[in-house]
Design a protein around this ligand. Structure first.
Ligand SMILES: *Cc1c(COP(=O)(O)O)cnc(C)c1O
Length: 495
């Protein structure tokens, strides 16, 4: 059965999966959604025998119906290979009766790798399928994690170039070193003298520059985006929930058909939406537990039905969740609204006055979800408690989820088997993690010394991604003013 895609704000006109991947965002500003969520028509007994790559194929082939089997399998095989430090790709780790789904075994040790290692291949395959002759130039603004994961994914992928902008003084030392040591003839990193918003606004301006697009086209280039609203990032994420379920059945922890709960540390609402899609495909998922940090706009939304971004932006120890506009929530709003019109009204209100309110009928369709949040203290306390009880060390984002799960259990007494999406290696946030476990003891150490101290504590080998940056040579050193961003793009592309 063919699955077509339409915009959440459009007139109902449709595009194929490969066209949706190429476009990223619809021209009307909406997000592409499938006309219907396909069924996962593979028996669980079959799934339990499959590798990660095989499960990924079963899931993705149901959504990306205009890809041939050969095309899709080739994308999957090139994405989920030795870049991951375990053959399982997304292993489960049991600690204190809960299953942590470790999504951080890829090139940059955060869960963004799960989608960004395959997106380049989906994108270049989509370009070929649609007779696009130009090279694709990916432009990305990053506050740290996405830029590196995108570069690692696109490095030396034929037919692509990637240019990443980051705020010179707005990323952590480890994040900066990770980016500046990025290899690949087609990767470019540019620091700007400004903040993340300046970088983001600058990139949007370049995207909307028609004259520049024409110049680019004449030279055989076109822009695209690796942003998390691309359907080519969302669908690969559905796969690991299916894989986790099959793994639990294989391990005898779940009976075939028995429900599992899922807890997701949430920022842009991409990861948890993927779990919602998995449930709608027919995977036996019970509650979808949405965990926020102190930027608890989603908790407020799930408890009141009102989404309101008019509030202070709080910098937390889980920076990848410091977000006040969760872009992917639009796909859920569109689904429960049942119409493009209603969704569009709400999104217009969000951009004009920073808030909207859903109707009671819409609210009634959110019973699959439970939302709550954890404070900085609660997050640190969970890291310490789990470490002392089991020796397992969580990163700060995953700890937000673990803390929220505790609140959920207290309120509900729900005994179903539970999977917590573990979105980053603790090594990526060593300073905060050590501080949670040992107080001020290690605070004076440098970032690299923190890594060694964490290794002593966690008894987990330092990941390759971290070892590499200790000695890797710095390969990028470009710094520009905010108003020089378009100029540097032209210079890089020699146009
Ligand atoms: C991006 C990110 C998140 C949030 O995921 P969303 O899909 O944006 O909700 C959580 N944890 C880490 C470590 C991340 O990098």
């Amino acid at each position: 059965m063919e699955v077509l895609y339409k915009s959440t704000r459009g007139d109902g006109s449709t595009v194929t999966a490969s066209q949706a991947i190429l476009k990223g965002l619809a021209e009307d500003g909406g997000l592409f959604v499938p006309l219907q969520i396909p069924a996962l028509d593979v028996p669980v007994a079959e799934l339990t025998k499959m590798s990660y790559q095989e499960v990924a194929y079963e899931v993705m082939s149901r959504f990306f119906t205009d890809f041939t089997e050969e095309e899709l399998k080739s994308c999957i095989d090139r994405a989920y290979d030795e870049k991951f430090d375990t053959k399982d790709i997304a292993p489960l780790h049991e600690a204190d009766g809960v299953y942590y789904l470790e999504l951080f075994h890829g090139a940059t040790i955060a869960f963004k790798d799960m989608a960004l290692s395959i997106l380049p291949h989906l994108l270049t395959t989509s370009a070929k399928k649609n007779q696009v002759k130009n090279d694709i130039v990916i432009l990305t603004a990053t506050s740290g994690d996405t830029g590196k994961a995108a570069m690692a994914g696109f490095a030396d992928v034929p037919g692509t170039k990637i240019i990443v902008f980051y705020p010179k003084d707005g990323v952590s030392p480890v994040q900066e070193k990770q980016m500046l040591t990025q290899k690949g003839k087609n990767t470019y990193v540019v620091a700007i003298r400004g903040n993340f918003d300046d970088a983001q606004t600058g990139v949007k301006k370049i995207f909307n520059d028609k004259a520049m697009a024409e110049e680019l086209n004449e030279q055989g280039f076109q822009f695209s985006s690796a942003n998390s609203i691309n359907i080519g990032r969302l669908v690969p994420q559905v796969a690991y929930y299916v894989y986790a379920y099959a793994s639990l059945v294989r391990m005898g922890k779940l009976a075939d058909g028995e429900q599992m709960n899922v807890v997701v540390p949430t920022g842009n609402f991409g990861n948890i939406l993927a779990a919602y899609y998995a449930k709608n495909m027919g995977l036996p998922i019970g509650k979808l537990i949405c965990a926020s940090n102190e930027n608890k706009v989603l908790y407020d939304f799930f408890s009141t039905g009102s989404y309101d971004r008019n509030r202070e932006f709080i910098l937390t120890g889980s920076p990848s969740m410091d977000i006040l506009i969760s872009s992917n929530l639009e796909r859920l709003i569109h689904r429960i609204a049942g119409s493009e019109e209603t969704n569009k009204e709400m999104m217009n209100a969000l951009s004009k006055i920073g808030k909207y309110e859903i109707t009671d009928e819409m609210k009634a369709q959110l019973s699959d979800f439970y939302g709550n949040y954890a404070t900085e203290d609660e997050t640190g306390a969970v890291i310490k408690k789990l470490y002392e009880k089991t020796g397992y060390v969580l990163d700060t984002h995953t700890a937000v989820a673990a803390a929220v799960y505790e609140k959920y259990i207290e309120e509900s007494d729900d005994k179903r088997t539970t999977v917590i999406a573990s979105t980053a290696s603790p090594y990526k946030f060593a300073r905060n993690v050590l501080h949670a476990i040992d107080g001020e003891k290690f605070d004076p150490l440098t970032d690299m010394e923190q890594i060694d101290a964490l290794c002593e504590t966690a008894k987990v080998p330092v990941p390759k991604a971290i070892e590499e940056i200790r000695t890797a040579p710095v390969l990028h050193d470009t710094v520009v003013e905010v108003d020089e961003m378009d100029g540097i793009v032209k210079k890089i592309l020699a146009i």
